[in-house]
Design a protein around this ligand. Structure first.
Ligand code: SF4
Length: 361
């Protein structure tokens, strides 16, 4: 397979033409999935674009394609590999496209926290992992009667967990966990942040907690501050502020609405012509929405980009496709059978809650 550098020597027009040619050649043998935070040069080739939940649902439904090329970050491609049909191959254009939030919870640390918390509460606790986590942590949840969530269904998943046990351990995103718990009416004093570097997570009175959230964060969303909210309100009179729940609870409290990437897209689509919206999420999506809705003013709360998502580009997508055509796919994502079996339990627990009902035929 030629090096990535040799693909980069092609002009953009040549690369685009070749991607189109390969897509036509592979036909139904190929599906390209693209996350909303991808750049325009990649997202235009996605057969299906969505947020983490929609992409996981789509990956579980793809029946025909032999190759799934995942334009997103590594944990998403792992999830697709867990949910794929036998014989399908999942490829990511650059395996180094990780997620810094996912890296903030390592399996041994979570096991230690679990040991401490089950020492306090026995089995009366459910582990919930945000989908932005390694396959190994999803397997941990599967093994311990837990579940996966996304930002679209976090409240639904937490309700499911709290109907079964009095406590939850939510990882790795403290902001999503805290915002979700607060939205469900759980008092602030029952929500505690777990610092894995300190005994009992740094909480001597941890036994009071109902909702334990891991001390992780997404730098793209925690970049937004109350000062940014004040500045945008001062600049655009009457502007509506919609943010992602990975933003801090302070920013969420000051915004007009918060929700997942899909929620944000719907909020823009449903706003009337002339509406003014400031969006607190990854900027590739915000600027795409602005271009798609020229009759509305859509601005970022402040610019914030995900460098991990930006690792996937037109040229490494082309290299992935050429490697498939050559019969030697590169950057194949493979989750071990043992991890897959347990992670699947936690993912299926989530998908059962969130799958749209099949339409009657
Ligand atoms: S936006 Fe944040 S959570 Fe999403 S992939 Fe980038 S670092 Fe991870």
């Amino acid at each position: 397979m030629p090096s990535l550098e040799s693909f980069k020597r092609l002009s953009k027009e040549q690369a685009v033409a070749r991607v189109r040619e390969i897509k036509a050649e592979l036909g139904r043998d190929l599906v390209i999935l693209g996350h909303h935070y991808m750049g325009d040069d990649v997202i235009e080739f996605a057969d299906f674009r969505g947020d983490s939940l929609q992409l996981a649902q789509e990956a579980s439904r793809i029946a025909e394609a032999r190759y799934i090329v995942f334009c997103g970050v590594h944990f998403m491609a792992e999830t697709a590999d867990i949910l794929r049909q036998p014989g399908q191959v999942v490829v990511i254009p650059d395996k180094r496209a990780g997620c810094l939030l996912a890296d903030m919870a390592e399996t041994p640390e979570v096991r230690n926290a679990w040991k401490s918390l089950t020492g306090l509460w026995g089995n009366d606790i459910t582990p919930i992992t945000y989908v932005n986590s390694t396959a190994s942590l999803k397997a941990f949840c599967g093994r311990n009667n837990g579940i996966v969530c996304t930002s679209s269904n976090a409240a639904e998943v937490c309700r499911w967990a709290l109907q079964r046990t009095k406590h939850v351990l939510f990882f790795p995103d403290a902001n999503l966990g805290t915002n979700t718990a607060l939205s469900m009416g759980i008092p602030r004093q029952q929500i505690m942040t777990w610092d894995p570097s300190r005994p009992l997570g740094g909480n001597p009175d941890i036994d009071q907690a109902r909702f334990v959230v891991w001390r992780g964060f997404c730098y793209v969303h925690s970049h937004f501050t109350p000062e940014h909210v004040a500045a945008i309100r001062a600049k655009y009179e009457g502007i509506r502020i919609v943010v992602h729940p990975e933003c801090s609870p302070e920013v969420v409290a000051l915004s007009d609405a918060n929700g997942s990437t899909s929620y944000i897209i719907r909020a823009v689509e449903q706003a009337p012509a002339g509406a003014r919206l400031a969006i607190g999420t990854e900027c590739n999506l915000v600027y795409r929405l602005a271009a798609e809705h020229p009759d509305k003013l859509i601005v970022p709360l402040v610019d914030s980009y995900c460098v991990s998502m930006a690792r996937i580009n037109l040229y490494n997508l082309l290299r992935s496709l050429e490697s498939i055509v050559a019969g030697r796919p590169v950057e194949v994502v493979t989750v071990s059978d043992e991890i897959k079996a347990e992670a699947l339990i936690a993912l299926q627990n989530m998908l059962r809650l969130s799958m749209p009902p099949k339409s009657a035929s």
